[in-house]
Design a protein around this ligand. Sequence first.
Ligand SMILES: [Zn+2]
Length: 195
Amino acid sequence: MYKCILCKKELFKNYSEMLCDNCRTTIASYLRLEVIHKEKYRIYIIFFYEGEIKKLIRRFKFSEGTYLAKVFSIYLARAIIEAKLHCKNISYIPMYAKKKDVRGFDQSELLAKETSKRTGLEFQRIVTRGKRTKSLYRLNREERKKELLDAFKLNAFVDDVIIIDDIYTTGSTIHEVSKTLEGNNIRNYNFLVLA
Ligand SMILES: [Zn+2]
């Protein structure tokens, strides 16, 4: 028996979204589909980080990783097609290794893998993340910048790539990844952020 992941109502067919019609409408109401144009790349943001979406992302991060990644990847794949992001590779911004050990998975990695399956884009690990010494949210803007400096190292060279991230806040992490790619002559890349 299939159940809606939001309201747990029984589904009488296997919806690929795993959502009933009501909940699907709810989720659609949080669609943001905003594009932030930067000098060298664009950032596509799929959802507003609030309400039911915020709750779902929390569930995604803290317990139901693999399952919800499948659902979110539907919206990510759709955005790639609608935005006509012609590209061969898909990757993600990794979380700190220590954090991944505690959580057991990296949510952006799961999103990238599931979206890769849906779109046929090749999954790549383009960057690795260095060790972090301080918790970012306690730092001011300048300290944050310093802490992120050289945070990412190139792991695989690709001609083009879509990079998945889970939540957009200040954009400083994305900026750092961009610097690493530019420094390694990767010029064709864009970011796709869940919320
Ligand atoms: Zn439902």
